[in-house]
Design a protein around this ligand. Sequence first.
Ligand SMILES: Cc1ncc(COP(=O)(O)O)c(C=O)c1O
Length: 429
Amino acid sequence: MVNYKTSREFAIELDKKDSLNVFRERFYLLPAKIYMDGNSLGLLSRDAEKSLLKLLDQWKKLGIDGWLQAENPWFYYAEKLGAQMASLIGAKPEEVIITSSTTVNLHSLVGTFYQPVGKRRKILADELNFPSDIYALSSQIKLKGFNPKENLVLVKSRNGRFLREEDIVEMMSEEIALILLPSVLYRSGQLLDMEYLSNEAIKRRIMIGFDCSHSAGAMPHYFNQWGIDFAFWCHYKYMNNGPGGVAGLYINEKHLKSQAALTGWWGYRKDKQFDMSLTFKKAKTAGGWQIGTPHLLSMAPLEGSLKIFQEAGINNVREKSLQLTGYMIGLLDRKGLTKKPYNYQIGSPVEEKRRGGHVAVEHPEAARINKALKDRGIIPDFRYPNIIRFAPVALYNTFEDVWQVVQALQDIIDNVEYKNYDEIRESVT
Ligand SMILES: Cc1ncc(COP(=O)(O)O)c(C=O)c1O
């Protein structure tokens, strides 16, 4: 662990040396708040606001003609933004499309690539995955006429926080037809070794896909180079595309000619779509996995957001993100907050190459401490029963923000402040 000094001045010095600090003013920071929840909902940038307002203006001025005559014609918008997103995730432009929502993309991709044959009919996932993925996988198994109790196999965690890649590989048996894993675990923030897992799956001829909701926009990926079959992610977290913003999906070039499980007219060859033929001819790009008319108003903020990423560089974003999370872990340790009477536990990997974009801090009183933090103007989120997640985001958080959060964690215990709150969870945490 890097030898961090515990003073506020040290944090301010780190901010002065930070080359990404300039991007902070491109965002609408919440007045008098320290926002640490960019892993749930990223903040609005001026750039994203501008691209959304531009789309509204073109609708106002062009009406239906916006499909072809808007500055970025709406008819090609999902493909255009997909091609820009491709550079952040190590994909070819034709392998990416901006479409639909995370869970719907999971359905569409698993529906396409889960092709049970003979005894190879199980799906391998993990017990720490986001619940929506597990619900969707169960329904996909049912749709193929099988019983999820027998055919959905979940890799177990040995400590409730992390997964061991070796345990996953051990379960890649001849009965497995498809593997779906998260890139970064939503609670602990563990980053799985996607390259290693993909290689092992490829060797065994098993389809493998990743839910990259917690890594898109937080780090670079090399999907094409790793040869992974498919991936999907949301843009409302680290990509700052706004609540319910349109999601993305990746399909390796070797599968682009496959038939999509869920077809609709927007997946048609673009040059012939308006022939309105009743015979479906799928686009031979990831665009072929679109279903209906794109949700342009929930997609437009991504245009501005991508501009920021292109200027900042995803490698720089990752480097700063690791410094921020490493600093937070280091400060908690150096200030003695992982010992009595504080008893905070670091629930995220300390090793950089296994760490995603947030830090999970565990405490038996997490629910009440989370409320005390919010009253102090710090916005993390709480995951039942004992996790407070902090995402210091490279594009808009500072080292001083992190320093203040750790100081607040200390004060809340020193002043027994958390006892002023109840443990009742709000309906959205
Ligand atoms: C890892 C992960 N997968 C899936 C989802 C579900 O996404 P959506 O509600 O956009 O379908 C989320 C939502 O936060 C998530 O964090």
